[in-house]
Design a protein around this ligand. Structure first.
Ligand code: FAD
Length: 454
């Protein structure tokens, strides 16, 4: 725990009554919460940032790649604890024992600012980011859980915590508690997500105890370059709707699976088992050979998209980040970090404006929702709103038939025997066309998914 956190924590234990001292209380020192706290503190609001973990990020489970276009505008990332920049993105279809992959590695990504994509450990990064909010003037308390909201009529006027005499009044509350938003749900500010709109994720951090430069050699990297590998198909997560991932950190890799909670229940497919199956795939296992697990974690990811975003502004409160369902998780993109920071920033900015006008009502805070609508956050969620449902409809085709068909086509096209190549090419083409339902099926599919690229 840093000196700043320790000091503040002790202060709170000794003097828990903060009533009237703070303009705003932020629930959760994740990316969204710290972005909001930082933004408000920089605008001279007295901000209390409350985190249930022993330090910010201590309880955070994450793939993951931090996307930095907004955070880079808020803080200087020069000293931030970043692991590697992403130099290659790879998408693989896995059947039981085949892989068909596409790799993207533009030269531009090897140059600053590296497409604003870096692997991080949230335990380190969130603590650093919260310290930036503290340096801007926010007060951080850790090991404190917000258990409910204080109300006067419709108005939210503060929070209850698990500390003795732990009620804290403040004109503004920012709910930044992440996907498992018990406070918001308990206060009826948002509905509990249905199983279809939630993914379960299991992740391990693996280290390679033997040999030098194992990560660089295995993933073909130099210096601080890293990779993000994404896998789908039944070889990745069995019959579930979802996929697997591998990200390279400095000296370790993060390996995980994320798939619909509904499937975990219906197919009796527990996360740990699914992750082990993914790790043992013949195209994944060699990347992880001789690795030792140093950390295991599991968490949920909201993936209801634009339709499940709750009302964001209430009298005296706003909801930000994962708590507001602001995650784009569609198989092509898994982006929540950028949305968390963007939403925290707009929430903080709007609260500071409302405070200057002496307003706490939802009408005044609505400007936050409007700012998000004008930003990439809502635009991206809306753009891909159709994708989840369409993939669900084509699930068997995409996750089972296609990975096998493409692998068969590849094997056929490059088959080495004494037949003329035209025969192989013809059979390869037929393997794909037949699997996709003929030319008509292929045309329909192209039409259905054109918006992914157009
Ligand atoms: C396995 C996995 C992989 C992912 N990979 C990626 C990726 O590669 N790239 C990407 O952009 N996104 C990824 N995401 C999504 C991303 O992690 C989230 O979108 C992002 O962390 C949301 O930030 P947040 O601040 O809203 O919530 P969180 O990061 O969840 O932070 C919430 C904070 O609130 C605290 N808290 C909760 N309840 C209380 C309470 N009652 N009182 C006090 N404190 C409380 C928590 O301890 C936590 O610190 C991934 C998610 C998962 C689960």
């Amino acid at each position: 725990m840093s000196a700043i956190l320790e000091r503040v924590d002790e202060e709170v234990l000794e003097a828990p009554n903060y009533d009237g001292e703070f303009d705003a209380v932020v629930v959760g020192a994740g990316l969204a919460g710290s972005a909001a706290a930082l933004t408000m503190a920089e605008r001279d609001l007295e901000v209390l940032l409350i985190e249930r973990g022993s330090s910010p990020g201590a309880k955070n489970v994450f793939g993951g790649v931090l996307y930095t276009p907004t955070i880079r505008e808020l803080v200087d990332l020069e000293d931030a604890p970043l692991e590697r920049y992403i130099a290659e993105k790879r998408f693989s279809m896995l059947s039981h024992d085949d892989e068909t992959a596409i790799s993207i590695s533009p030269g531009e990504w090897r140059r600053e600012p590296h497409n604003d994509s870096y692997t991080v450990f949230r335990g380190e990064f969130d603590e650093w980011f919260a310290e930036q909010a503290v340096e801007a003037g926010a007060t951080l308390v850790t090991e404190t859980t917000v258990t409910g909201l204080l109300r006067e009529g419709r108005e939210i006027v503060g929070v209850e915590t698990d500390r003795p005499d732990g009620e804290i009044e403040a004109p503004y509350v920012v709910l930044a508690e992440g996907a498992n938003s018990l406070v918001g749900e308990g206060a009826n500010l948002k509905a509990t997500e249905s199983r279809e709109n939630v993914a379960v994720a299991a992740k391990e951090v693996l280290e390679f105890p033997h040999g030098e430069n194992v990560i660089e050699n295995r993933f073909r990297l130099f210096g601080d370059a890293g990779v993000s590998y994404h896998y789908f198909g039944e070889g990745a997560v069995g019959e579930a709707f979802g996929g697997g991932f591998i990200y390279t950190n400095g000296d370790t890799v993060s390996v995980g699976v994320a798939y619909r909670l509904e499937d975990a229940a219906v197919n009796e497919q527990p996360p740990e088992e699914t992750l082990n199956l993914f790790k043992s795939h013949p195209r994944v296992a060699p990347l992880l050979r001789d690795a030792r697990t140093v950390e295991y974690s599991a968490k949920t990811i909201p993936e209801g998209g634009a339709e499940s975003v709750p009302d964001l502004a209430h009298d005296g409160a706003v909801i930000v980040g994962d708590a507001a369902g602001l995650v784009l998780n569609n198989g092509v993109h898994l982006e929540g970090t950028n949305m968390a920071v963007e939403s925290g920033y707009h929430a903080g900015r709007v609260i500071a404006d409302a405070n200057a006008r002496g307003r706490t009502d939802a009408d005044a805070l609505e400007a936050y929702g409007r700012a998000l609508e004008e930003s990439f956050v809502v635009k991206n969620l809306e753009r891909y709103a159709w994708l989840q449902e369409t993939v669900e409809e084509d699930r068997e085709l995409l996750f089972e038939t296609m990975p096998t068909a493409f692998a068969d086509a590849g094997a056929e096209y490059f088959r080495m025997d004494r037949e003329p190549k035209a025969e192989h090419a013809n059979r390869a083409k037929r393997a794909v066309i037949d699997a996709l339902g003929g030319w008509r099926g292929l045309a329909k599919l192209a039409l259905r998914y054109r918006k992914v690229v157009t």
